[in-house]
Design a binder for this molecule. Structure first.
Ligand code: NAD
Ligand code: MG
Length: 397
C-alpha cells in the first residue's frame, strides 16, 4: 500500500474479546494500518504487548494507579502513555480515521462520543453505550458527520441487508439469537443456574459480561434497543428469532415480502472486517461457511416467560425517556452482583424490573438531551439498583 492508503486506527478495549479479533485483522495487513491509540481497563501487560507489536503512538489504561506500570512496560518505545478515564477519552479524541469502540458497559459512552464528535468512522461493538445514551448518540454522530458502523453481528447483518431497499419499503427487521446455554432449560433450573453454567456459550467466545447477558437473553434485549437507535426503528418493527446455529445473523423484510439475510460462520472477525473495510470489502479470516456440512438451520419463537429480560427491553424501549438507560444500568449492577455471588441468576431480571418500576414511579422520566443527562440517569439507576439489591437477593422466585 502507498502512504496515502494507510489508515490510522484506534482500538478502545484492545485487550478484550472484540479487541483481540480486531487486532487479529490489523495484524493480517500491517502495511495498511497505523495504530494511533490502544486502551485497556487494568491489563497493563496485555496492553503494552499490543502497543509494542503495533507501534502504537498512544496507550491508555483506565485504572489511574497503573500509569507507572504502563510506562515501565513501554520503556524504550515511542509510545506515549496515559491513565484514568480522561486518558481513555484522549485516546478516542486523537486523530484516527477509524475507531473500534469495544469497551464493555456504559463506561464506554464518553470515549465513544469523543470519537464521534470529531467525525471519525466508529465501529460500534459497545452496545451498552448506545442503550445508555438513547436517541441522542446517533443525532450527535449525524451532526459531526461521523459514520457509525455496527460491529455487533446482528446489526452488522441488518446494515448489510438494509442496502437492498429504501427505508420507506422496510416492513421489519429480524435479529437472531442463539438462545444461549439455557435455551432448552426449565424456568426453575434457569433460576438456579450457576456462574460456570452461564459462562458456557454454545456458539460464541466472548467477554464475561456479554456471555452472561446471552444466557439471560438480556443481550438480545440490549440488541433490540440497539437496533432501534441505530436504524430509527419502532419496537414493532424489530422481531427476535431464536436460531440455535447462529448462521443467519439478521434479516430485513421489505414491502414486496422479500426477506434479505446475511449469513456467516459465528466469528466476530467477519462483522469487524466489514466495518474495517467499509465501504469496500477486505479479506476475512473466518472459516468458509459450509451449509451442506451444517445441514439444518432451525428457528424458534423466543420465550418471553423464561427470559423476562427480553420483555423488559421492549418495555424500556416503549417507555423511552431514559428508561433504556435505566434498563442497562440495572442490568450491569445485576450482572456484577451475580458474578459476585450476591444474587441468583433468576434475580438478574427481577432486579432490572424492580429498578425500572422504581424509576417510573419516581416520575423521573424525561428525554435525554446530552451525555451528562444519560450519565446522570445511569448513576442514579445504579444507586437505585444497589439499594433494591438486598431485598431482591432475599426474595425467592
Ligand atoms: P471484554 O470484557 O472481553 O473486553 C472489554 C474491554 O474493555 C477490555 O479491553 C477491557 O480492558 C476494557 N474495559 C472494561 N471496562 C472498562 C472501563 N471501565 N474503562 C475502560 N476500559 C474498560 O468484552 P467484549 O466481549 O470484548 O465486549 C466488548 C463490547 O462489545 C461489549 O459492549 C459487548 O457487548 C460488545 N460485543 C461483544 C461481542 C463479542 O463477541 N465479544 C459481540 C458483540 C458485541
Ligand atoms: Mg450480537
Amino acid at each position: 500500500a502507498t502512504a496515502s492508503t494507510v489508515r490510522t486506527v484506534t482500538v478502545l478495549g484492545a485487550t478484550g474479546s472484540i479487541g483481540d479479533s480486531t487486532m487479529d485483522l490489523l495484524r493480517a495487513s500491517p502495511d495498511r494500518y497505523q495504530v494511533e491509540a490502544l486502551t485497556a481497563n487494568t491489563n497493563v501487560e496485555g496492553l503494552a504487548k499490543l502497543a509494542r507489536e503495533f507501534g502504537a503512538r498512544f496507550a491508555a489504561v483506565a485504572d489511574p494507579d497503573r500509569l507507572g506500570a504502563l510506562k515501565d512496560a513501554l520503556a524504550g518505545t515511542r509510545t506515549e502513555c496515559g491513565a484514568g478515564e480522561s486518558a481513555i477519552i484522549e485516546a478516542a479524541a486523537r486523530p484516527a480515521d477509524w475507531v473500534m469502540a469495544a469497551v464493555s458497559g456504559a463506561a464506554g459512552l464518553k470515549p465513544a462520543l469523543a470519537a464521534v464528535d470529531r467525525g471519525a468512522s466508529v465501529a460500534l461493538a459497545n452496545k451498552e453505550c448506545l442503550v445508555c445514551a438513547g436517541d441522542f448518540f446517533m443525532q450527535r454522530a449525524a451532526k459531526a458527520g461521523a459514520c457509525i458502523l455496527p460491529a455487533d453481528s446482528e446489526h452488522n447483518a441488518l446494515f448489510q441487508a438494509l442496502g437492498s431497499g429504501n427505508r420507506e419499503e422496510l416492513v421489519r427487521v429480524i435479529i437472531t439469537a442463539s438462545g444461549g446455554p439455557f435455551r432448552t432449560w426449565a424456568a426453575a433450573d434457569i433460576e438456579q443456574a450457576t456462574l460456570a453454567q452461564a459462562l458456557k456459550h454454545p456458539n460464541w467466545s466472548m467477554g464475561q459480561k456479554i456471555t452472561i447477558d446471552s444466557a439471560s437473553m438480556m443481550n438480545k434485549g440490549l440488541e433490540v434497543i440497539e437496533a432501534s437507535y441505530l436504524f430509527a426503528l419502532t419496537p414493532d418493527e424489530i422481531d427476535v428469532l431464536v436460531h440455535p446455529q447462529s448462521i443467519i445473523h439478521g434479516m430485513v423484510e421489505f414491502s414486496d415480502r422479500s426477506v434479505v439475510a446475511q449469513l456467516g460462520a459465528p466469528d466476530m472477525r467477519t462483522p469487524i472486517a466489514h466495518c474495517l473495510g467499509w465501504p469496500n470489502r477486505i479479506v476475512g479470516p473466518a472459516a468458509k461457511l459450509d451449509l451442506a456440512k451444517i445441514g439444518q438451520l432451525t428457528f424458534e419463537e423466543p420465550d418471553f416467560g423464561r427470559f423476562p429480560g427480553l420483555r423488559l427491553a421492549y418495555d424500556a424501549l416503549r417507555t423511552g425517556r431514559g428508561a433504556t438507560t435505566v434498563f442497562n444500568a440495572a442490568n450491569e449492577v445485576a450482572v456484577a452482583a451475580f458474578i459476585g455471588g450476591k444474587i441468583r441468576f433468576g434475580a438478574i431480571a427481577r432486579l432490572v424490573e424492580a429498578t425500572m418500576n422504581d424509576w417510573v414511579r419516581s416520575g423521573n422520566l424525561a428525554p435525554l438531551t446530552s451525555a451528562d443527562d444519560a450519565i446522570a440517569v445511569d448513576h442514579n439507576a445504579r444507586n437505585r439498583a444497589a439499594t433494591l439489591l438486598p431485598q431482591i437477593a432475599l426474595k425467592a422466585s
